[in-house]
Design a protein around this ligand. Structure first.
Ligand SMILES: [Fe+2]
Length: 306
């Protein structure tokens, strides 16, 4: 039986300037709504509020709400208690209803009974129509704004990747997808999810490295990069392709030094599939091909400065 978290229901972070966040995420192609004392991040045609942005002194991860089925909650809490996971008070006035616990690195997590919002099948892949040799590329004159379909995953900084994997797997039922030593690790849900709904990269402190948003074509990754460059966000990484997860990517640097990722064709791990988790050498941990990694790509700007 799969007793496990099924989704990243919502991630929340604060930034010093909400208007900058409105411009960045609207330009990225999200539906940005002013609500609940901050911003809600939505995608077209989907009721889920994937992210919340609140105003704060500096950019900082605030909490994660992880979706669970009602029938899984009691067993998950028993596992948390057996693992001596700390229960905590809600970290903010306007937070989701649920049971609040602390990850080993102190990140506040809400276990929230909710419908599954992570994908339950592989996202569609749009290619040029079969059978013709002419006109296979989209026309530049017909370009529309790239609009991601849903949140695929988020990548968190953490001081101890092994401790994070142990906690999210042993206490919350997620499963290791792949890893590269103690540098980076990826986990999925046994209820079915992308290759990773959460990933962890080693740093001196917790933090939000990037949120990743699904698009349904390779062209959309390139068009998204162009769209953001034209909106004033030319910095980032990609277009390229990951080894772990297999997705094509373009990371766009946000105003606070973290990233939003356009992701296409990530591996999907269906419910009941036993994924052959492997430990990859460091050279496979980032990409197969693409431009050189920006020097500060894995800098955690949430590390407190003295
Ligand atoms: Fe990613």
């Amino acid at each position: 039986m799969n007793t496990a978290v099924h989704s990243v229901h919502e991630f929340a972070f604060c930034v010093p300037d909400l208007e900058a966040a409105v411009h960045f995420y609207s330009s990225f192609g999200l539906d940005v709504r002013r609500e609940a004392g901050g911003l809600g991040l939505y995608t077209d045609g989907h009721a889920q509020r994937w992210g919340r942005v609140l105003e704060g002194g500096r950019k900082q991860l605030l909490w994660l709400a992880l979706g669970v089925y009602q029938q899984d909650l009691a067993a998950l809490l028993a596992r948390c208690d057996a693992q001596q996971v700390r229960r905590i008070a809600p970290p903010h006035a306007e937070v989701p209803d649920g049971v609040w616990i602390a990850a080993p690195d102190g990140v506040a997590i809400c276990l929230q009974v909710a419908a599954k919002c992570s994908p339950s099948e592989k996202a569609p892949r749009e290619f040029a129509p079969e059978g013709g040799h002419a006109g296979r590329a989209p026309c530049r004159s017909a370009i529309r704004q790239v609009r991601p379909t849903h949140l695929s995953h988020i990548l968190l900084f953490t001081p101890d990747v092994n401790a994070a994997v142990e906690f999210y797997c042993a206490a919350l039922g997620l499963r290791l997808s792949d890893r590269s030593g103690d540098i980076i690790a990826f986990v999925h849900s046994p209820h079915g999810s992308d290759h990773h709904l959460l990933a962890f990269a080693r740093s001196a402190a917790p933090g939000l490295h990037h949120s990743s948003w699904n698009v349904n074509s390779f062209d959309a990754v390139g068009l998204g990069a162009q769209q953001m460059a034209q909106a004033g966000y030319p910095d980032g990484w990609g277009v390229g392709r990951h080894v772990l997860g297999s997705n094509y990517f373009r990371y766009v640097r946000d105003p606070w030094g973290s990233y939003a990722e356009y992701s296409f064709d990530i591996d999907f791990i269906a419910a009941g599939v036993q994924w052959p988790a492997a430990d990859y050498p460091p050279e496979d941990s980032l990409y197969v091909w693409g431009p050189a990694l920006p020097a500060d790509f894995v800098t955690n700007h949430e590390v407190p400065t003295m």
